[in-house]
Design a protein. Structure first.
Length: 363
């Protein structure tokens, strides 16, 4: 790996560069829109690492919703009359799948807009998140109603004998879908309640505190162990590779909306992976060189700390020659039966003298 390519010293910059490549939603026809990285970087937004992850998680979910919507669009335009299936069945089924995709897309955008603001104490992230709930419910209700249309269309043409069963079933699904969609209005009214707003505000404050404290802890751990920078660089490099792969898929299969949107999901996944590195590397740590495991091990063999009390037992131990010095003072192994050399005798006398004195005092 070329270190000049992936060695990002500032995780916020790296995350924002990758975030500019993330998918920000899908259009009504199910295609995926990618932000221009130059435009996005020109006006950076300061986010916590957790906030960046929240934004990219939402973009990832939104891109999945785009794929689902594209599948629904393909189903709705598929001709199956040659097999005895009425077009109404395909249109209703495709519409239901499209609306499910729209619900996932809305849910992803709501996640990015809300949890992407973690670290901004003024943002009521739970209230922002709840704003997308009525829209999701509306899309789900519409999907159920569309399935009712599909069921009701089954008895058209050659399968008309099934109308006593399919017509009531389709009507029931339509009624159920309408009931689900009507809940969106109740949710909107409930969110305007002062008590609900107070609860969401308190909950958001708690989420901010927990997320930022956890982030600070993991970043500090990464700096102390020396793993923060290499792990971050690994995640950024992997994320860029996956992101580029998704871009290649989108460009290669540009003629196919489904395959092209799948490439967008891959790109969003790469962006999300890269942003996770911010949890182990603080933005300010890019200008420092945290110790590696090699430096940590090397520090264990250095001289004793100067903070040891001079008269303590530890100071006596630290003042003794190290094992390597003691072994170095010994001569080579003498021949069998030879008399030990004077240097060896002197070394042994140094060791036995305190013991001899102690035994002499006991007489």
């Amino acid at each position: 790996m070329n270190p000049t390519r992936f060695a990002f010293s500032n995780v916020s910059t790296a995350a924002l560069i990758l975030a500019s490549l993330a998918l920000t939603g899908c259009s009504s026809n199910g295609t995926i829109r990618v932000e221009d990285p130059v435009t996005a970087v020109a006006t950076p937004v300061v986010q916590s690492a957790t906030g960046v992850i929240g934004t990219n998680t939402g973009a990832k979910a939104s891109s999945v919703g785009g794929v689902i919507s594209t599948v629904g669009s393909s189903i709705a335009t598929t001709e199956m009359e040659a097999l005895g299936i009425d077009n109404g069945v395909m249109i209703g089924t495709g519409g239901a799948v499209q609306q499910v995709g729209n619900a996932v897309d809305i849910l992803g955008k709501g996640t990015g807009n809300s949890f992407g603001q973690i670290g901004n104490q003024e943002a009521n992230i739970l209230a922002i998140k709840m704003e997308s709930v009525p829209l999701v419910i509306e899309q789900v209700g519409g999907a159920v109603s569309s399935m009712g249309d599909a069921v009701a269309a089954v008895d058209n043409g050659q399968l008309s004998a099934l109308s006593p069963v399919t017509d009531p079933a389709g009507a029931l699904l339509n009624e159920t879908g309408a009931g689900i969609a009507s809940l969106s209005g109740n949710m909107t009214t409930a969110m305007d309640n002062a008590v609900v707003q107070q609860v969401t505000s308190s909950g958001s404050t708690m989420i901010h505190m927990i997320a930022i404290d956890t982030e600070a802890t993991t970043q500090s751990l990464g700096a102390r162990t020396g793993l923060g920078v290499p792990v971050n660089n690994l995640l950024v490099g992997t994320g860029l590779a996956v992101n580029n792969l998704g871009g290649d898929i989108s460009s290669t299969f540009a003629a196919s909306p489904l395959l092209s949107s799948t490439g967008g999901v891959v790109s969003a996944a790469g962006t999300l992976v890269a942003s996770v590195g911010g949890l182990v590397t603080a933005p300010s740590s890019g200008n420092t060189s945290p110790s590696t495991f090699g430096n940590v091990i090397g520090s264990l063999s250095s001289a004793p700390a100067t903070s040891i009390a001079p008269n303590s037992p530890l100071s006596a131990l630290s003042s003794q020659p190290t094992l390597s010095n003691l072994l170095g003072s010994l001569p080579s192994t003498p021949a069998l039966g030879a008399t030990p050399t004077s240097s060896l005798a002197g070394s042994l006398t140094t060791v036995t003298a305190p013991v001899t004195g102690l035994l002499g005092g006991l007489r």
